[in-house]
Design a protein around this ligand. Sequence first.
Ligand code: GLN
Length: 319
Amino acid sequence: FVIPEFEEFCSRIEKIYNKCKGIHLGKVASYIPQLERMSPDYWGVSLCTIDGQRFSVGDTKIPFTMQSCSKPLTYAIALNELGSEVVHRYVGQEPSGRMFNELVLDFNKRPHNPMVNAGAIIVCSLLMELIEKEMSLAEKFDYVNAYFKRLSGNEYIGFNNAVFLSERENADRNNALAYYMRENKCFPEKINLRDCLDFYFQCCSMEADCESMSVMASTLANGGICPITGDQVLKPDAVRDVLSLMHSCGMYDYSGQFAFSVGLPAKSGVCGGMLVVIPNVMGLCLWSPPLDALSNSVRGIEFCRELVNIFNFHRYDNL
Ligand code: GLN
């Protein structure tokens, strides 16, 4: 086993969980009512090792929408199907140093990276136009859904239509980003901007729970092979690229500090979820809706800090 004393390990994870449970800071996202209604008390941690050992504590069976946690996954699909060279003709690899929905492009007039809204919208357009070109809109949705299912070892993946409709109703900024990018010829040719944004909102509105999301994180930790099913979902090269950008750009404007102090590839979302990958060891999902000023889960961040205090999981521990 990659974690030999698993029970002892889990009891220490549970201690960190309980410590973070006592934190009552942060604010639940309120830009749409469906997120605002989430209880600030929800707090769940699930982990799945690359050899399939599982542990969950707290609210790990409650579905939540993936929001920005879907960004590394759609990016992974694009890389897997198109290769890095094609994908990165359209989107960069540089942290933006700005808010995730900032109306800004890089010096080449491309979105900075696939982990910010602009980049993720472009990635969605690549899926629609370059991979799923011949499919109907329904089939395009099914295609992504099927990929997410495989990444999660066929565990819970859902879709929250109310969140989707709300996202679409409250989309001034994402619309502005899409028009600004079309003006700057960021998209592949002949896209339908509306369909493309809908597709992006649908990806944000996909649901998972801590357990299924920990399997997705573990598939990334395991070079693209789902530890539960043994299915090679992603090529190792695609996983390498995804983890690299999660490491440098995954935590909004906290990415640099997170890379410094935690030293693990991760991706957060306004849902309060976090995908955390310990390469060659395990994947974790942390979920608690209250967010700090930079839109990261307060309990999630604190959990990671404690985790690397106690265990040597920081990438540059043990050198
Ligand atoms: N749906 C949100 C948006 O596009 C997702 C952003 C996020 O999780 N940071 O604004």
